[in-house]
Design a protein around this ligand. Structure first.
Ligand code: PLP
Length: 305
């Protein structure tokens, strides 16, 4: 089989593997009309998935919480992810798994139980949510005035497509000439940003919010690295003023890794470059990838058949 048409990415949708350009869903899918979707994203570096089991565990948690049950079981989902990457021929990839509520079998029904849930998966060329050159100089982060949606309304530990507040944060940031934004909850505590967890460093201690945030897999890696490197770290409430007075700030996500900041709101951090602890963690994160940390080799096409 020729795989050339898959070079821009490979997808699985409605039970078939197709080139990414052909991966479409009906406009009446509740995944589209209601954002009634849960998803997860895992990365592939040098032909190996990173923490694939952790991503599959979180995806299962999200599906369970939203009661979205596609026909494919965990083993099938895993095999589909391998096949998407193998078909694409990409050695570094952004790999998404999406479970959508789907379309109601009964015309006009408003009952979620009437919908046929389905799985979508795709592999795309590597994506950095903060471009590499911006990561190098340190991201400029806007402190958004839009509050993060309350945890009791949209559970942030269920990875979802409710991005209105995060997108408002991005619009604010770009209007002000910043790269991205972090959001606070209605009580003024730090939460997260559009596609990443946030960390602050103060007097050598690393902290990340205990609320309003996805339990990020990169966040988990950062906390493990802190333990290995003897850096004090905590998941705790972070009042808004703490980020304004932080020594360093960095962001963490699957699509980019550890991404240092150099400006917070109107304030320049240190010498306007990524700080030393952020850089140490970034370096350790990628060095551990090279050592095979939490790596699952991508199954070649023949094995993925
Ligand atoms: N927070 C949000 C809202 C996200 O969308 C993401 C990832 O896309 C993260 C945090 C980081 O999570 P992870 O490290 O598992 O990619």
């Amino acid at each position: 089989m020729s795989t050339s048409s898959y070079a821009d990415g490979a997808a699985y949708v409605r039970g078939r593997f197709v080139p990414i350009a052909e991966a479409t869903i009906p406009v009446t899918d509740w995944g589209f009309t209601r954002s009634d979707v849960v998803y997860d994203v895992v990365h592939v570096v040098k032909n190996g998935f990173f923490r694939l089991d952790d991503h599959l565990d979180r995806f299962e948690h999200s599906m369970q919480q939203r009661r979205i049950r596609p026909p494919e079981d965990r083993a099938a989902i895993e095999a589909i992810l391998h096949r998407c990457v193998a078909l694409s021929g990409l050695s570094d990839a952004y790999v998404a798994m999406v479970a959508s509520r789907g379309r109601p079998r009964v015309a006009g029904s408003r009952r979620p139980a009437d919908c046929d849930n389905h799985l979508i998966a795709y592999a795309l060329p590597w994506i950095d949510v903060i471009p590499k050159d911006v990561q190098e100089r340190g991201a400029h982060i806007w402190l958004a005035s839009t509050p993060r949606v309350p945890d009791a309304s949209v559970d942030p530990t269920v990875k979802n497509y409710q991005w209105s507040d995060l997108t408002s944060g991005l619009l604010e940031a770009h209007d002000e000439g910043f790269d991205t934004a972090v959001l606070f909850d209605a009580q003024g505590f730090l939460t997260e940003g559009p596609g990443f967890n946030v960390f602050i460093v103060k007097d050598g201690k690393v902290s990340t919010p205990d609320r309003g945030s996805l339990h990020g897999i990169t966040r988990k890696s950062v906390l493990e690295l802190c333990a290995e490197l003897g850096i004090e770290a905590a998941v705790e409430p972070i009042p808004g003023t703490d980020i304004e007075h932080a020594d360093e700030v960095f962001l963490a996500t699957t699509a980019g890794g550890v991404m240092p900041a150099s400006r917070i709101g109107g304030r320049i951090l240190g010498n306007d470059r990524p700080g030393p602890i952020s850089l140490k963690l970034k370096q350790a994160y990628w060095a551990r990838h090279d050592e095979g940390w939490h790596r699952t080799p991508v199954r070649p096409l023949e094995a993925a058949e």
